[in-house]
Design a protein around this ligand. Structure first.
Ligand SMILES: Cc1cc2nc3c(=O)[nH]c(=O)nc-3n(C[C@H](O)[C@H](O)[C@H](O)COP(=O)(O)OP(=O)(O)OC[C@H]3O[C@@H](n4cnc5c(N)ncnc54)[C@H](O)[C@@H]3O)c2cc1C
Length: 491
């Protein structure tokens, strides 16, 4: 009770609860199989000062504190792993603090979603470039910074969302508040760049999966949104991994985003898109095999757009069977994705198998473009090897998508689709871990680690030992009592 009373005195009774019927919702994530453990208390702070006080109280009681943004993580990152967890729901922290139009930076509280933030920016002619993850209708910018997210748009041009971060305000595990980026200089008023005063310590908190501190505000670069765009979609029937790679390499050789304005480049297996406007798409893709490539490019000038469209089309034609489109109804997912704001409805292929009882155990990783066909084939071989085991627990495996990151690497989406059936959970978890380990041992980098992925990295000896020791030491500095997100990375 003492813990509850102290926490409630910080946020108010209305935003603090220990009621099971509310706390139970925080035991769930978007995976179908990891344990659902109900936190003892859930809290919804409004500002940084409240977060600081909460951290201090949890320190005093040595109670685990788990930050949660939109709760859209797919690997158990915001699911408690012990019953004494205090769940810190940051969804009330969604205020835009400043839009610096002169220097192209937005600063907002970490709980704002990508869609809420960008809807305000769009009205001013700006966007965040990288639009966060495909779940950005709900996922928060703090969650994106914790995961190196991307997929909701703009990765080919702007890289990961963390590449665009120029400022972070962090509450450390001991309650100390630190601001990173240009504001490390105490005479800087507004954030404007990431690097400057010595080593890049902000990086410790980017992609940390919520283990090093609580992100309370985030500053991101913003960009004027180009008025012209074009999006095309192509069917790559045979040897689709290799032909897609050839297409990418030729586009990179001709200038990629810098010269051709490429904003996004996706490869996907049909049917892999679900969303409000995509019924017709699924129908038009229904009978095609192989893969589908879609790209979007932008320009500030109509003539430049048309010139680039022609160059890209000539390359795409060489490595594909036919164009799908031009309208979304005829299969042009690129037009829908960008022109009709499909950004945050572009789902994982395995979600297309989803019903009330089916969901994805995802294994998304980053790989270099030179290796993605080979790594996709390894996933296909893994599926072949595990066919019987998958069948026995009513699960499926597959490659979902490839999303280009700048011009040299890409995200690969893959994983299992599994049911909530209690009898199969243990087996599905083992298969999920096995696929994560297999992918990591090909040299792929897991970025959204959550609890399951972060533990596989340690348990399967993926880390270079000196790096892992260094990470453990950093954790001790940032969170001396180990109260924030305990268990992840076995920290
Ligand atoms: C339909 C769908 C599509 C998706 N598409 C993509 C995609 O395209 N690309 C992609 O990368 N991911 C994708 N995801 C996965 C996930 O939604 C993203 O990684 C997203 O960025 C998570 O953000 P969130 O706010 O929901 O974070 P949460 O799930 O709430 O948390 C994620 C992690 O960050 C930590 N965290 C959250 N907020 C903070 C904070 N303020 N301070 C410190 N730690 C914090 C949590 O403890 C947890 O470890 C998708 C998920 C779904 C359901």
């Amino acid at each position: 009770m003492a813990l509850y009373d102290e926490l409630a005195s910080v946020v108010g009774q209305k935003y603090c609860t220990d009621k099971d019927y509310i706390c139970v919702s925080y035991s769930r994530g978007l995976d179908p199989v990891l344990p659902e453990i109900i936190p003892q208390i859930a809290l919804r702070p409004e500002n940084t000062e409240e977060v600081q006080q909460i951290v201090e109280i949890c320190n005093k009681y040595e109670t685990p504190l788990l930050p949660r943004g939109g709760g859209c993580g797919l690997m158990g990152g915001s699911k408690p792993i012990s019953e004494d967890t205090v769940l810190l729901d940051l969804s009330r922290m969604k205020r835009i603090i400043n839009i610096d139009e002169d220097n192209h930076v937005v600063t907002a509280q970490a709980g704002i979603s990508w869609s809420q933030l960008n809807s305000v920016l769009f009205d001013k002619g700006f966007y965040t470039g990288n639009m966060g993850p495909g779940s950005g209708l709900n996922a928060a910018i703090g969650g994106g910074m914790s995961h190196h997210s991307g997929g909701g748009g703009g990765c080919a041009k702007y890289g990961k969302c963390t590449d665009n971060c120029v400022g972070l305000e962090i509450v450390l595990g001991n309650g100390e508040l630190i601001t990173f980026g240009s504001q490390e200089n105490q005479f800087v008023e507004k954030p404007y760049c990431k690097l400057g005063l010595g080593p890049d310590l902000m990086g410790i908190f980017l992609g940390d999966n919520g283990t090093m501190g609580i992100k309370t505000t985030v500053s991101l670069k913003i960009y004027p949104k180009p008025p012209y765009f074009s999006g095309k979609t192509w069917h790559v029937k045979d040897h689709s991994y290799d032909y897609t790679q050839k297409m990418i390499i030729e586009m990179v050789d001709k200038g990629w985003s810098k010269d051709l304005g490429i904003y996004d480049f996706f490869f996907t297996h049909p049917p892999s898109v679900m969303g409000i406007t995509t019924d017709n798409l699924i129908k038009s893709w229904g009978d095609i095999s192989g893969g589908v490539v879609s790209y979007v490019h932008e320009a500030f000038d109509q003539q430049v757009l048309e010139r680039n469209a022609e160059i890209l089309e000539n390359i795409a034609k060489k490595h594909s069977q036919k164009e799908l489109g031009p309208s979304p109804e005829e299969g042009n997912v690129a037009e829908w994705f960008y022109g009709e704001q499909g950004h945050w409805q572009f789902y994982h292929q395995l979600f297309s198998l989803m019903g009330p009882d089916f969901f994805a155990c995802t294994t998304e990783v980053m790989v270099p473009i030179s290796r993605f066909p080979e790594i996709l084939r390894k996933i296909d071989e893994w599926e072949e090897d595990k066919r019987e085991e998958l069948f026995e627990c009513d699960a499926e495996s597959g490659v979902s998508h490839v999303v280009m990151l700048n011009h040299n690497s890409c995200y690969i989406g893959s994983g299992l689709a599994a049911t909530h059936e209690p009898d199969y959970k243990e087996d599905v978890i083992e298969l999920w871990k096995d696929q994560l380990e297999m992918l990591s041992k090909t040299g792929a980098c897991l970025y959204m680690c959550g609890q399951i992925g972060s533990q596989v990295l340690v348990d399967s000896n993926i880390y270079e030992p000196n790096f892992y020791n260094f990470m453990k030491n950093i954790k001790k500095i940032c969170d001396p009592n180990g109260i924030i997100s305990p268990g992840k990375f076995r920290l």
